[in-house]
Design a protein around this ligand. Structure first.
Ligand code: C5P
Length: 228
């Protein structure tokens, strides 16, 4: 299965919400071990190539880049570095130009915890359905608001929180990207582009924690979890 997949690993965000000089994906979890290294290690066993998207305006430490290269090599995965764009979608677009495999999966560099069993399940579903993503069911009650007052409560029964990786047949995803470009359609995840094409996307439940490092408290939680 590894040979069917190449991946885009997104690390081109500036991490404005994080409030640090260093984008969140380049923060250290331990000495000489950053979030992006953990994310790369999680996906490398499952793809023959990783296109790693880097920020336009931040030069990652050379030592981090060489450790990433070593880690990809250990898993027999080819690694190439590219500069991303100003939005997540433009980073995906740039990375996709380097993808040649039958299927592609896209992963947020800021989700280092993705579990191998969930990833395996996702990729198997992708071979079957051609478009799939990891997601978790919503357990909280969701309120739609206006000016910080509730307008209505959304029944949560059919609601899922989309995560990454999200994986697609390459030609279907190519059509989805082209259509989005034509329509000037911007989405916050990749499945949404395929939905826009009218192609069904399979939900695969993530049974393990797979949160995105967004705020400082997420990084603190990650460090605490890894110490357990
Ligand atoms: O901003 P958000 O948290 O949704 O970003 C999700 C992932 O997309 C992060 O790993 C981030 O580095 C990446 N990203 C990117 N290019 C951008 C913006 C975000 O690769 N322009």
């Amino acid at each position: 299965m590894k040979n069917d997949f190449e991946s885009i690993l997104l690390a081109a965000g500036s991490g404005k919400r994080f409030g640090l000089e260093i984008p969140k994906q380049f923060c250290e979890i331990n000495k000489n071990y950053t979030v992006i290294e953990k994310s790369l290690e999680a996906i490398a066993p499952f793809c023959r190539k990783i296109v790693l998207m880097l920020p336009e305006d931040f030069e990652p430490n050379k030592l981090v880049l060489s450790r990433l290269e070593e880690k990809a090599k250990v898993h027999n995965s080819k690694l190439c570095f590219l500069k991303g764009g100003s939005t997540r979608q433009s980073s995906v677009n740039k990375g996709f130009a380097e993808i040649n495999s039958e299927y592609v999966f896209i992963h947020d560099g800021a989700r280092p915890l993705v579990h191998k069993n969930d990833l395996q399940e996702l990729l198997q579903n992708t071979l079957k359905y051609k478009a799939a993503l990891l997601a978790s069911p919503i357990n909280d009650t969701i309120k739609q608001t206006k000016d910080n007052f509730i307008q209505k409560t959304i029944p949560r029964q059919h609601l899922w929180a989309a995560q990454t990786p999200q994986a697609f047949d390459r030609l279907i995803f190519q059509r989805a990207l082209e259509m989005a470009q034509k329509q000037n359609f911007q989405a916050t995840d990749d499945a949404c582009l395929v939905e826009n094409l009218g192609f069904p996307v399979k939900i695969v439940e993530a049974y393990h924690l797979n949160f995105k490092i967004t705020f400082q408290q997420d990084l603190d939680l990650l460090k605490a979890l890894l110490k357990l």
